[in-house]
Design a protein around this ligand. Sequence first.
Ligand code: NDP
Length: 324
Amino acid sequence: MTEQCNAIVATAPGGPEVLQLTRVPIPVPGPGEVLVKIAAVGVNFIESYQRSGIYPVPFPFTPGAEAAGTILSLGPGVKSFDVGDRVATAEGIGCYAEYAIFPADKALPVPAGVPLDVAAALPLQGMTAHYLMNSTYHVEPGQNVLVHAGAGGVGLLLTQMLKEREARVITTVSTDEKEELSRAAGADDVLRYADFAATVRELTDGDGVDVVYDGVGKDTFDGSLASLRTRGTLVLFGGASGQVPPFDLQRLNAGGSLTVVRPKLGDYLLNAKERLWRSTSVFDAAASGHLAARIGARFPLAEAGSAHTALQGRVTTGKVILEP
Ligand code: NDP
């Protein structure tokens, strides 16, 4: 009989309640794959878009691209890892489960000294923060940067990495608790969302910021454009409040020759060299104490739906993880 394990399966798109704990066969690693016993799963906003049907995926669907654990078996041809190695990934398949397959070329060795729950909390949001500030727009020391949702998963990591770069970081948050966390991560100024563009101008002597990192989307987009200096860049990397509707490109001209870019992580992990650069930077910074991953909430695997409710309900800070 095929051995079975617990996994979260959604049979159709819908609300958090479609995420049901289900018995499924333990997957078998194919060529170039490894089977991993999952210690912790990173929950990411994209999974709520996939679950609800905003980003189309085939159903039945097991969400989860990010996790960390220990290799149990190797598929044919895998030479780069051994059974027992500790690995993480931001590009796994069906990681909301007790056992999951990682493509070996997308598995990241977890350095000694980094616990597996931290290893599950870092790769996706950490490599996102890395590409946003190094590759989508290269932030220089002394530049003014606005980061929305400063106490969120990406927000806390991006703020710390921007401060290491010696940029001036302004963030937005919705509560006093989040303000405290954002300041502790190094933010110079922490704002509420109301009239943030006007405050950003005051804080920058009327100039505006060089770059805005906006993962909130619909609710902040207009204010983000209004916060930019002439020839500034809006990096729209998510839509936690909803997707931004189509807009008139002429607004970029009127706003001062602005740039808007809409990047995604997969396009910044194009090959092994790029993946190694980003993952090593993030894990080394964590191992040396220069980057702290805040695990703001832990849920048992069976409560994946509650994890989505919390993330979408704006009550989480830092990283949300599932523990099988
Ligand atoms: P967060 O931990 O940042 O959670 C989202 C935060 O957005 C909330 O905590 C909340 O913070 C803020 N927010 C503002 N308005 C709303 C709203 N109406 N509903 C819910 N949240 C709101 O999530 P992540 O760090 O995982 O992701 C942040 C964004 O980055 C997401 O949009 C995600 O899709 C995107 N992303 C994009 C990637 C890419 O490569 N393009 C990769 C990874 C993430 P507050 O209460 O302080 O406002």
